[in-house]
Design a protein around this ligand. Structure first.
Ligand code: GLA
Length: 366
């Protein structure tokens, strides 16, 4: 058994790293399944981060080791020879392939990856790895890559070699968000704005323990339903539909419900931004509750277990609002709670959920 903590870069590669770069995971506060509809999102960075230590090599071979595999030897591949293996190394291969496609001059390298962003919890461990990797390679090979381009490279890696048809929210968040401010993003223009959380509030995030899977079927189906809805409505994307126009839209089910989620969710994100500008935790919380209801009933990406966890959270005093975060079908629940009460509420909600529904909910924040 390899001792993860002591399998340092020097032990693996016989020399010290030249650069060390990090990137966080993300929790989306509101704006779910809007990013691939050119809409609005509002993630915040997790305190959990992925860290990449890296040194350039003289050849064109990538040698990569990760604490998540805890093997004795690094996985290697030749640059230019990237191909999907269905494993974690695909995120790294996706990044190098995307950088090379852009004509960014990278050579071989040795890299050691370490992360405390939990896998499969809906906090986008994959985007944090992609962004930390782009940053480390950018620094090692002295390439000037701005944060939006960094996000675009990460997104190309994920939609290209990895093959998950995701929007750009997670990579934008990993590249640009901080843990102390919400990041409002217009995913069409990639314009963004940082907003403080209300002084009276803080966040709780609980992982339901139910694993989700994106590259998987349902996400793809929802995405296609959105494309079909936009086409029938004669717009470029559902972002271009106003709430008032929905009633007259006359889409067949389930497209009517899918479109209603996206269009109302976009409106909620804009209103959530206004609420943050006023420091209004109550209104922000109500919008989170509405967002969950819409994901549950209209977009149908929740599960009974997640609904139960959200309902328990919403029933507690000192909770402004709660919703599932991320792509859905499992993952984590985010709650906005009264400042100072986070630890106590998180433990109460996790305990009640365990007592009634079993499972292993884990408190990720605080
Ligand atoms: C996943 C995707 C994002 C976004 C969310 C849903 O996290 O990676 O691009 O679509 O689902 O909001």
């Amino acid at each position: 058994m390899t001792d993860v903590a002591t399998t340092g870069f020097e032990i693996l590669f016989g020399r010290p790293p030249e650069v060390v770069r990090e990137a966080p995971g993300r929790v989306n506060l509101i704006g779910e399944h809007t990013d691939y509809n050119d809409g609005f999102v509002m993630p915040i960075a997790t305190p959990q981060r992925t860290r990449v230590e890296l040194a350039a090599a003289d050849d064109d071979v990538a040698r990569v080791w990760s604490t998540s595999i805890a093997a004795d030897r690094a996985v290697s591949y030749r640059l230019g020879d990237e191909r999907r293996r269905g494993e974690w190394i695909d995120y790294v291969q996706g990044v190098t392939a995307a950088m090379r496609r852009r004509g960014l001059a990278i050579r071989g390298f040795a890299a050691r990856i370490e992360s405390d962003v939990p896998l499969g919890a809906g906090l986008s461990s994959s985007a944090s790895l992609e962004i930390a990797m782009v940053r480390a390679l950018g620094e090692a090979f002295e390439l000037a890559i701005d944060p939006i381009e960094t996000a675009r490279i990460g997104h190309d890696a994920e939609t290209g070699l990895v093959g998950a048809p995701v929007g750009i929210m997670d990579q934008m968040a990993a590249s640009l968000a901080a843990p102390d401010a919400a990041l409002f993003i217009d995913t069409r223009s990639l314009a963004f704005e940082r907003l403080s959380l209300p002084a009276a509030a803080e966040l709780v995030v609980i992982d339901s323990g139910i694993k989700h899977q994106h590259a998987g079927g349902e996400y793809r189906v929802r995405r296609q339903e959105c494309v079909d809805s936009a086409q029938r409505l004669g717009v470029r994307a559902l972002r271009d539909v106003k709430v008032e126009a929905l009633a007259a839209a006359a889409l067949p089910p389930p497209l009517d419900r899918r479109a209603r989620h996206v269009v109302t969710e976009n409106a909620r994100v804009v209103e959530a931004r206004d609420a943050l500008q006023r420091g209004d935790a109550m209104r922000f919380g109500e919008l989170m509750n509405d967002s969950h209801r819409s994901m549950r009933d209209d977009f149908e990406v929740s599960t009974p277990e997640i609904d139960a966890l959200v309902a328990i959270a919403q029933q507690q005093a000192d909770v402004f609002g709660a919703r599932m975060t991320g792509g859905g079908f499992g993952g984590s629940v985010v709650m906005l709670v009264a400042r100072g009460a986070a630890r106590e509420i998180a433990e109460l909600v996790a305990t009640r959920y365990r007592a009634r529904h079993g499972g292993t909910p884990t408190i990720l924040i605080p």
